[in-house]
Write a protein that binds this ligand. Structure first.
Ligand SMILES: Nc1ncnc2c1ncn2[C@@H]1O[C@H](COP(=O)(O)OP(=O)(O)OP(=O)(O)O)[C@@H](O)[C@H]1O
Ligand SMILES: [Mg+2]
Length: 384
């Protein structure tokens, strides 16, 4: 059993890696003189501004004639990290992939993909938990698009929505309004998963256990339950006894609470999406510690197998730096393909679709297809 790589907190301090016990006061400050730099000390030791004419004005340095305009507190444009200052300024963002946008209601969008391929099946069910307690890094987007890509590649896939927001259910065209049974009933009421798993219109072999807002209370209800961390593992084991599934994905909420813990106990592999942005790596070491705790007690089969770089913006140096840093620390686990920042990816869920059926030829769809292909290839190789 290999343990996940450990993080050396001493490196890349400007890329969001936490530095134990050290606070870098420069991080995040705009690189401009502070308001207080114009202050001087007078003879009595009191602080006064250079333009002040009050007590102690004689001891202040020679003043410029006329009132000088106050320096701007912040330069125009976005805040920049210190290592960014000599970078070519960002151009006004061009709209990527300028295909005409279909009307949501009137245009029927094809659910066929041009990238359909046949992926190798793993020897046994691969169970992934897609986790990162940082919010908005692409957990749901990656879960649904990888699940759909593998299903469109001919494999049977089950996605379990563990987030009360139900975003994965939305993206896969599944109703998750109040009263729809799903993960809550399985986890809290002990119902059979098979009774509540539904087919996604995205691919013939893609099934979903939807999440409703009820799941928001599950975290608290679980606290007083027996074997609370293993309930999902038990439910999934029972389901897999009667159903042949190649891939299971858990889409986790942005926390390391009992919902995520249940997924970590039920899964074999962890997939961490990392957004190629400032502070992207913050929290990864906390996640690694949680993984180690779970491995040490509740699930010794768990391993960090896959890291996926998401929302990569090739126009910024920062994105490339984050990607390099992640590859340095997770050399084996990081997939070679990165998921670009793409308008098509972000608008697909509003049509209840994945980007693979919404715009199959877009760079986002092709990237997720390649990532899925690589995951399937690694799974087939490992099990061979
Ligand atoms: N590659 C991408 N390009 C552009 N937008 C993206 C991309 N990936 C995700 N997004 C958008 O970023 C937002 C956050 O993504 P997503 O919901 O997948 O993150 P998450 O980690 O699941 O969030 P949460 O922590 O809230 O569950 C969404 O609006 C999504 O559409
Ligand atoms: Mg999500």
């Amino acid at each position: 059993m290999t343990r996940g790589p450990s993080i050396n907190p001493g490196v890349a301090k400007t890329l969001g890696w936490p530095r134990l016990g050290v606070t870098d006061r420069q991080i995040g400050w705009p690189d401009v003189p502070r308001e207080t730099s114009a202050w001087t000390r007078d003879a009595t030791g009191l602080l006064s501004t250079a333009r002040s004419e009050g007590v102690g004005a004689e001891s202040a340095p020679e003043l410029e004639p006329g009132p000088a305009p106050a320096p701007p507190l912040r330069p125009p444009g976005p805040r920049r990290a210190r290592f960014d200052v000599d970078e070519t300024p960002l151009l006004p963002e061009p709209e990527p992939e300028p295909e005409p946008k279909p009307e949501p209601k009137t245009v029927a969008v094809s659910r066929e993909t041009s990238g359909a391929a046949t992926f190798p099946a793993p020897a046994e069910t691969r169970i992934f938990v897609v986790a990162n307690q940082k919010g908005g890094v692409g957990k749901t987007t990656s879960s649904v698009n990888l699940a759909a890509a593998l299903a469109l590649g001919g494999l049977s896939v089950l996605l379990i929505d563990l987030d009360p927001q139900g975003n994965a259910s939305t993206a896969l065209g599944i109703d998750h309004g109040p009263g729809v049974p799903g993960t809550y009933e399985v986890l809290i009421e002990g119902r059979l998963m098979a009774d509540h798993v539904v087919d996604s219109p995205e691919a013939p072999t893609l099934k979903v256990l939807p999440a409703t807002i009820d799941l928001a209370g599950a975290e608290i209800e679980l606290v007083s339950m027996g074997a609370r961390e293993g309930r999902l593992a038990h439910a999934l084991r029972t389901y897999l006894q009667d159903h042949q599934v190649d891939y299971v994905f858990f889409d986790c909420p942005p926390s390391l609470g009992l919902l995520t813990l249940n997924a970590l106990v039920a899964a074999r592999e962890i997939l961490i999406p990392i957004q190629c942005e400032y502070y992207a790596l913050e929290g990864v070491s906390q996640l690694m510690r949680t993984i180690d705790l779970v491995k040490g007690g509740l699930n010794d089969q768990l391993q960090l197998s896959t890291v996926l770089l998401t929302m990569y913006d090739g126009r910024t140096r920062l994105a490339a730096q984050v990607a390099d840093e992640v590859r340095l620390h997770f050399a084996e686990q990081t997939l070679p393909v990165v998921i670009p920042r793409s308008v098509r990816i972000s608008e697909a869920p509003s049509y209840g679709q994945t980007v693979l059926t919404y715009h199959p030829d877009s760079v986002g769809a092709v990237s997720y297809l390649q990532a899925a292909q690589e995951i399937a290839r690694r799974g087939a190789k490992e099990s061979a």
